[in-house]
Design a protein around this ligand. Sequence first.
Ligand SMILES: CC(=O)SCCNC(=O)CCNC(=O)[C@H](O)C(C)(C)COP(=O)(O)OP(=O)(O)OC[C@H]1O[C@@H](n2cnc3c(N)ncnc32)[C@H](O)[C@@H]1OP(=O)(O)O
Ligand SMILES: O=C([O-])CC(=O)C(=O)O
Length: 370
Amino acid sequence: MELKKGLEDVAIKETSITFIDGELGRLYYRGYSVYDLASFSNFEEVAYLIWYGKLPTRKELEDFRKLMAEERKVPDHISSFVRQVSRNANPMDVLRTAVSMMGLEDSRDGDTIQKAIKITSKMPTIVAQIQRTRRGQDLVEPDPNLSHAENFLFMLHGEKPSSTDVRSMDVSLTLHVDHEMNASTFACLVVASTLSDIYSSVVAGISALKGPLHGGANSEALKQFLEIGSPDNVEKYVLSRLSSGQRLMGFGHRVYKTMDPRAKILREYAKQLSTEKGLGELFEIAQRVEEIGIKILGNRGIYPNVDFYSGLVFYALGFDPDVFPTIFASARVVGWTAHVDEYLKDNKLIRPKAIYVGDLGRRYVPIDER
Ligand SMILES: CC(=O)SCCNC(=O)CCNC(=O)[C@H](O)C(C)(C)COP(=O)(O)OP(=O)(O)OC[C@H]1O[C@@H](n2cnc3c(N)ncnc32)[C@H](O)[C@@H]1OP(=O)(O)O
Ligand SMILES: O=C([O-])CC(=O)C(=O)O
């Protein structure tokens, strides 16, 4: 039996959802390049595409938007829970528990995608509640007349966001929607393959995404830039970080051996937003880290990934670094649930093997003789 550490290069399913060309740095959702989707589409349209496999007609999109907008409100007891714990708790822990509470309400039977729409519509409401509670602010009710991205920012700030902010949020969510068999999606599938329920799968996805090697890297990358403090400190910081064996956060990827295309797109939004919001120096620091990081690590195929610039976008839009992974989760829930739906059409219990390297035939020694 061959040992495949980290399941590297092991395929666990066929998919028609997402294709990644890791050598050329290309990414396609349902066959459409993310460059085109980021330029011309929006979160709701891409979510529809991911779940149903085709772009919606105008009427289908209108109905779908309406359905999502109707599902945004979160039950009062979940909001109360979020209010009670969010001042001190990790935002991903709060989101994970809130989604788990949603599962208490919903029967286990029923269509995965219908439930996915409910969860996806509500997650930004919970994230905005977490963020506002951390700042001691009152909650803002969702506005059903706004798009998914616009409403997200409206619930965050309590006022209509600028068109640049809405576009940046929309593109960021669109780019986080899916990424083939990443660790959190795999975690969702492990749960789904036992024929558990979709809420349990999403809870597993949030749990796996939280870690700093995965979705937690967006806040770590931004904290790095804040810690560096000035573009003049970048070289010294990067060299000392790497020589002490620490990783550069927001760099490196299991599949991409070149720049992640999502990082390229998000770099432009980070640049525009940071210039507008007086965060130009932070962007300069990030760009310098990118340059020096690539100079040192690029020859080993280690380049910026999606988490490198997304944090700067989320920070400029007004989120705390610790909240960033919950925004990632609010978009990735689309991919998690689409992969679960696809997998269940031809389900096989996920049960890999471990190679035993311990002793055998040991004699049991009674406790008084040890
Ligand atoms: C949305 C996402 O999940 S994108 C990824 C977000 N995560 C991060 O940004 C955290 C930093 N990056 C990393 O830790 C890694 O690049 C991972 C975990 C993402 C992928 O790595 P893997 O494919 O599993 O490779 P692995 O962790 O085995 O690293 C291979 C080598 O590259 C080095 N390496 C990988 N990433 C980095 C990095 N960011 N900084 C410095 N060295 C790195 C490792 O130290 C290791 O070196 P070694 O062979 O000398 O021991
Ligand atoms: O694909 C991966 O391993 C990690 C990643 O970039 C993502 O989940 O977006």
